[in-house]
Design a protein around this ligand. Sequence first.
Ligand SMILES: [Zn+2]
Ligand SMILES: [Zn+2]
Length: 371
Amino acid sequence: MGDIVEGKWDCPLCGSKGILGRHRTCTRCKKPRGKVKFYFGSSSEIASLPAVTDAQVLAEAKAGPDWYCGVCGGGSSATVSTCMHCGADQSLSETTDVLVKPARFAPEYWADTPYQPKKRWLSPVVMGVFVAVNLILWLWWGFQEHDVVGQVVSWHWEHRTVRDHWSEVVRSDWESGLSPSPVVMPVNGRGERGGVQNIRHCRQEIHHYERYACGTERVCSMQTRSVSCGTEESCSVVDHGNGYGERTCSTVTKYCSESYEECHDETKYCERPIYATKCDYDTWVWLEAESRTTSGEGDKVYWVEITPGERDRLRKLGTYEVGVEYVDRDEVCSHTLELSELDTYLKWNQQEAALLTVNNFGGVTAVRFVK
Ligand SMILES: [Zn+2]
Ligand SMILES: [Zn+2]
């Protein structure tokens, strides 16, 4: 048989906590103690509780659970037959079979656990789904497109004339990809081939790096494990329902966490260079020798003329920009249309208006002629 220890209870009416089991009225609000839940703490807390020794208290504690008054609802010791709070007879509670009918007390008074307001937070999952759905709807809305008519306000062109000269150069490359071939000179800037000639000065160079296994290395890390480390008292209490309970303790194996080093071998990798033969050779390429740029507005376009010499070629590079202004949702916006074809640019010079496809994010996805 175990010994008797005193429990604690919380007053559900005023929220007072940790009232000793001996008190049948709240020490703060003085209300009678109804049916409450007694608690005795954790195993180690139970082990350190002092045992009850007073003979009268022991007798009361062992008498059995409290009975509850049919008039005031308060609990009284099994050793008495009239209510310790209001003096009503115990028969009232037994005959009426109504333990819980106290109009003057709040209903929570009779709850086993103190009243706690329910938390009405949305769960993280619901919040996440809500955010995701809104994001999808917003993206869907944003990429919806509509057409607006805009006005063509500017035309800009830039022309670059480049003269390349067919020149002999020295290059180097991996020997495996080199085979001698003759040079073919261009005729009127066309039909040329650079050729590979005079392969020389071959040497070893690093082509790439290779990974290979080069032994093992020991890798260690700290781990924890549970090991038995002596014994400890494990205690529990049988609640007697009157503020006291019977304590029983037993000796159990105690477990402690222990850290240890765990090691294992891992394959180690090294890198080594792989060599290949590289050679110099002569070849012919186009090198840019001269570049002349001109620009302007509108459709009066022209190129700077360069007279090509022997073994020259000319390249003509044009970039064109058409500026469009439009009103979208009461806001004046501008868009620059970048073109690479002169023909298209000249067609835009005949246009006063443009049809733009705009999405709700303000991005322009297409610009077309107004028919
Ligand atoms: Zn109270
Ligand atoms: Zn009573």
